[in-house]
Design a protein around this ligand. Structure first.
Ligand code: FAD
Length: 332
């Protein structure tokens, strides 16, 4: 990678939670930005929350932080951040913008492409410079992870939506990032307003499925809602999130929000454990890019073994309790 290519500013859209702290997607985006240039974190913040947010972004590797303060930060859907990114792209002469591949930020990516004149490269799993250090190349994992394709922009702003969990690189912390507060015009991109929002308290202390470092999923092989507790026990032993196949969801073992796959959540954890899941293409579409896949299934011909790094042919009701016991024994 040519050094010249790494000197450009790369904007990173930082999503924040209700308290104004950066969401978990920020670290990987700043890591990806640092690999191809100089990260500039861009966020909308409520008045008073800027200093704390900037400090947290510095610890994640943002040397420069561009903050648009807005009284309506919590109720606007994308409007201000589109204006902020557009203004930041001009102020920092940035040609690349990285945003999380989440529902909110995908909307922002599309709007920004219209407002600032750019192209969207969706659902990226990696970004790099080409051999000459001239062009940013975006990698996408497609057809359920069976193929990797690459894309590049034909000029204009390149807006990349990055799949949560896909990037492992992290940027070096910056002790005192430069912070710029701006007020941006929102007239160019009118958006929706959130009239009412309700915080849904987490039902469990487990990590959220999207972006989790480890996921344990259960399928129809669990055979009942009660038996699904086995999946949860292994997940808790590993500190993992809980997922499920569509068959498990359809059978009522767990809510639809647990579903991994083509019509559910796409995950890319370090560890994915599939229990009693056959490995249909629609399920694999949502987990095949996991770093290490472990499958336990009593059918040695189950397609899940085609993508598994480690497989156990056996009865989950016999294997999983032993696995939990062994993990606990090694831990103590
Ligand atoms: P099954 O295919 O029935 O497999 C159960 C497995 O459990 C079997 O391999 C069996 O050997 C094993 N087993 C049974 N008992 C035990 C035991 N005691 N110990 C060990 N192993 C055992 N599916 C998804 O998951 N996600 C999606 O997003 C999704 N989207 C879809 C979209 C469309 C348009 C369509 C048509 C389908 C979609 N599906 C999706 C459904 C998908 O095709 C499969 O039907 C589904 O993934 C099967 O779930 P399963 O593996 O749990 O069940």
């Amino acid at each position: 990678m040519a050094n010249a290519a790494k000197t450009g500013n790369v904007l990173v859209l930082v999503e924040t939670d209700g308290s104004g702290a950066p969401k978990s997607t920020a670290a990987a985006l700043l890591g990806a930005a640092a690999a191809i240039g100089t990260p500039v974190a861009v966020a909308v913040t409520a008045p008073g929350q800027g200093p704390s947010l900037a400090e947290q972004l510095g610890s994640l590797g943002a040397g420069q932080v561009y903050l648009a303060e807005s009284e309506n930060a919590a109720t606007e859907l994308g409007t201000t951040i589109v204006g902020a990114l557009s203004a930041a792209a001009a102020a920092y002469a940035a040609t690349v913008v990285l945003v999380p591949n989440t529902n909110d930020s995908k909307t922002v990516a599309g709007r920004l492409a219209i407002v600032a004149g750019g192209s969207v490269a969706a659902d990226a799993v990696a970004v790099r410079y080409d051999e000459e250090g001239q062009e940013v190349i975006v990698s996408h994992s497609v057809f359920g992870g069976d193929f990797t394709t690459e894309s590049a922009a034909d000029g204009g702003l390149l807006i990349v939506t990055v799949r949560p969990g896909a990037i492992e690189a992290r940027a070096d912390a910056v002790a005192a990032p430069q912070v710029e507060y701006v007020s941006v015009s929102t007239a160019a991109a009118p958006g929706a307003t959130i009239l009412q929002a309700t915080d849904i308290p987490a039902q469990t202390g487990r990590p959220a499925l999207r972006g989790a470092k480890a996921v344990v999923s259960g399928g129809r092989g669990l055979a009942s809602k009660e038996n699904f507790a086995l999946v949860e026990q292994l997940a808790d032993t590993l500190g993992a999130a809980v997922g499920a196949s569509r068959a498990a969801v359809d059978a009522g073992y767990v809510p639809q929000s647990y579903q991994v796959g083509q019509t559910g959540v796409s995950v890319t954890p370090q560890l994915y454990v599939a229990l009693g899941i056959s490995g249909a293409i629609q399920h694999r579409a949502g987990m095949q890019t996991s770093k290490t896949i472990v499958a336990i299934n009593q059918d040695g011909d189950a397609p899940i073994f085609e993508v598994a790094d480690f497989g156990v042919v056996g009865d989950i009701f016999s294997v999983v309790p032993q696995l939990i016991e062994e993990i606990n024994a090694r831990r103590n």
